[in-house]
Design a protein around this ligand. Sequence first.
Ligand code: ZN
Length: 297
Amino acid sequence: MSERALYGAIEAGGTKFVCAAGYGPREIPQHFRTVIATTTPEETLAAVVEFFEQVRRVAGPFAGIGVGAFGPLDVDRRSVSWGCILKTPKPGWSGVSLRAPLERFGCPVAVDTDVNAAALAEARLGAGTDVDSLVYVTVGTGIGGGVVLGGRTVRGLLHPEMGHIRVRRHVQDQNFTGLCPFHGDCLEGLASGPAVLARWGGRFESFADSHPALEIIGDYLGQLAATVALVLSPRRIVFGGGVMNGRLLPHIRATAARELAGYLPVAERGGGFERLIVSPGLSDQAGIIGAMLLAGA
Ligand code: ZN
């Protein structure tokens, strides 16, 4: 058993739960990691608890456990449903507590969104170590965004849900109705992975540089970047997730610059759009590292 404080981390996603334990965000032994398929809440959470029980038997008690989860999620510690998944289209998961099964470990538990966790990780250890304000946007099956201001993640009535803002239609994309079950053609309804597949029958990796999807999706994400810059004034906006690749970033930057029309001092004080809008520094590890940071590591 180690004398050093041991922390647990969970990246709770719609298709898999990544669980890890370690002594810091950069000190996660390979044998203290596992991936659990997201099935029913009972089955999934039982496997999560079993993993951490195994770690505890080998390495001793936990000093804290952090959870970064898919939402919507109750992140208000004063609420009776704190740490619970709220009303979700995902069958069986509405009202499920991610926090309650972890109480058996007798340590503080922190719960935040997966994107807030990723934003925290990118701010502290990734693409934002030189700034104190960062937004992390993930573009995949859905679109979500997390916010770190002054070193802390932003929460309020709920948590940021910037994937559901309205965007202006691209001139070459007037007829697609959009896939969001709540809003139809909100940003997520127009620019998520399933929306790309529904329009063009393929994934970004298979598109040539000249494919119209790059400009159209880049335009929508650039509108988000401009809105975020106006509302929150972050010094960095990180775009990650399964749909993102390097070819989209120039389109995102160009649209953001056009939308802002010189109104913000991005060039004078922010180092330009290449420094404002960037790729992740932690690749796909931001979520689990962020959960470790939430735990107090
Ligand atoms: Zn929506």
